[in-house]
Design a protein around this ligand. Structure first.
Ligand SMILES: *[C@@H]1O[C@H](CO)[C@@H](O)[C@H](O)[C@H]1NC(C)=O
Ligand SMILES: *[C@@H]1O[C@H](CO)[C@@H](O)[C@H](O)[C@H]1NC(C)=O
Ligand SMILES: *[C@@H]1O[C@H](CO)[C@@H](O)[C@H](O)[C@H]1NC(C)=O
Length: 412
């Protein structure tokens, strides 16, 4: 039973993850033996900081920093200021932002030659790793504890309005330099939301967006859509839970429900949801599962579900005029206008033909919003064989994605 529900919750993670790396398991995850083996491997560094457990042992210098947001969350962030060669960074700071259900480990868990954080450090960049509120490094708050319901009273609106600005400002202040930004999935949405309000851009050199997320209404995955509908139909129930734990029982129950829907083939869940990742090393999945998935706020899940259904890029919808009036002073939630992203902001977008979460049509809708962007400030890379997880976990992403990304950084 325990195994079944563990397996179910792993599959569920694949379903609803927008920054999803569990897709790494790819075909292998369907084999029960393999999954059990994955889960059984203990992670010895469970209480260690990310620097200790993932970075220092490989010969890099790593520092743990704390950043407090305006609404009181204390975020743990890591810095790798010296690469393996022992040479101190001589290039600008780069801030890496993970997506939903993950944390900064997502940039670290392939080999140093394959992981973006290490590659940047070895190429002379001063690497900073963000961790959103609610993840293992960022569970503290000035006055709330994670078991207070109010601790989980947020969606990606707050990541864009508080976490990202606090982290940007901290890196900017510490280094005295403008930064490059690189993000995956939900990490791209929160940045675009901030940029569209002309925020952060004064501290920014350029931004590289991998598997960009903005419009979500073409999301190809039927299964993700059903999960989204469940969150919306049962929103009061889900909101009562406050914290959404992907490895938890509630997640497993949701999966069972989805799998009983007619026409849904749960034997092919991972591929059906995330797309077929061409290039993920399935032997690394154990390392991933030792750290991830990380919890998020249920309110964040509902917010994303609202976007999948409505196709709008707007703030969290309180579901009725009164609720929205109370929060926003208007009957419907304010919209994020992607056309308002400053036209001269250097942007690099990288998306894949097999990605069913960051769907090609949705990325094209975003590119359409950006159609007046200065041509020399916008680089768009399309990779036909890539799906969602390949951009951060692909064994050839160093050549396919990170080389062009660093070439772009070096121009700005
Ligand atoms: C790890 O942390 C957990 C929760 O804080 C604690 O219960 C456990 O004793 C710790 N384990 C070690 C080896 O320090
Ligand atoms: C895949 O992961 C395994 C286990 O960590 C490792 O030994 C192997 O070198 C990796 N393969 C590639 C192509 O990175
Ligand atoms: C969105 O931003 C663009 C560019 O600033 C502006 O022209 C347009 O009117 C805005 N649209 C809305 C609905 O506010």
């Amino acid at each position: 039973m325990a195994n079944t529900s563990s397996r179910s919750s792993l599959l569920l993670v694949a379903i609803i993850c927008i920054s999803l790396a569990v897709a790494a398991a790819r075909n292998k995850l369907y084999q029960t033996d393999n999954v059990q083996e994955s889960i059984a491997i203990p992670f010895t560094g469970a209480n260690d900081s990310i620097c200790k457990s993932m970075v220092e042992e490989l010969g890099y210098v790593c520092q743990e920093h704390k950043v407090t947001t305006e609404d009181g969350y204390i975020l743990g962030i890591q810095r790798i200021p010296v690469g393996r060669s022992g040479k101190r960074a001589d290039k600008p700071p780069v801030l890496l932002q993970h997506g939903l259900f993950s944390d900064s480990v997502i940039w670290l868990f392939n080999s140093p030659k394959e992981s973006l954080a290490f590659i940047l450090a070895d190429n002379g960049y001063d690497v900073w790793l963000a961790n959103s509120r609610g993840t293992k490094s960022s569970l503290q708050h000035n006055s709330l504890a994670p078991n207070d319901p109010a601790y989980w009273e947020w969606s990606w609106d707050e990541l864009a309005a508080y976490d990202l600005p606090a982290t940007f400002k901290y890196v900017h202040d510490q280094t005295g330099q403008k930064l490059h930004y690189a993000a995956h999935s939900l990490g791209t949405l929160i940045a675009l939301a901030a940029f569209s309000q002309d925020k952060l851009v004064n501290m920014l050199r350029s931004a590289a967006l991998l598997s960009p997320i903005a419009h979500l209404d073409h999301m190809a995955s039927q299964l993700a859509r059903i999960a989204a509908e469940d969150f919306l139909a049962e929103d009061l129930y889900w909101l009562g839970l406050r914290e959404f734990v992907p490895k938890g029982q509630e997640a497993a129950k949701l999966l069972e429900k989805i799998c009983s829907e007619p026409g849904i083939d749960c034997s092919n869940l991972l591929t059906a949801f995330t797309g077929t990742n061409c290039c993920v090393n399935s032997s690394r999945i154990n390392v991933y599962l030792a750290h991830e998935p990380q919890p998020t706020a249920t309110k964040n899940m509902i917010h994303l579900a609202q976007m999948i259904r409505a196709g709008s890029i707007a703030k969290y919808d309180y579901g009725n005029e009164e609720g929205n009036m109370n929060h926003y002073g208007q009957p419907s939630p304010p919209v994020y206008n992607m056309t308002a992203v400053p036209n001269d902001l250097p942007l690099h977008l990288s998306y894949g033909g097999k990605d069913t979460l960051s769907d090609v049509k949705d990325v094209q809708a975003l590119l359409d919003d950006l159609k007046d962007h200065h041509v020399d400030k916008l680089v768009v890379q399309y990779r036909d064989d890539y799906a969602h997880a390949d951009f951060i976990m692909g064994v050839n992403a160093n050549q396919v994605v990170y080389d062009p990304l660093m070439a772009f950084f070096s121009q700005h």
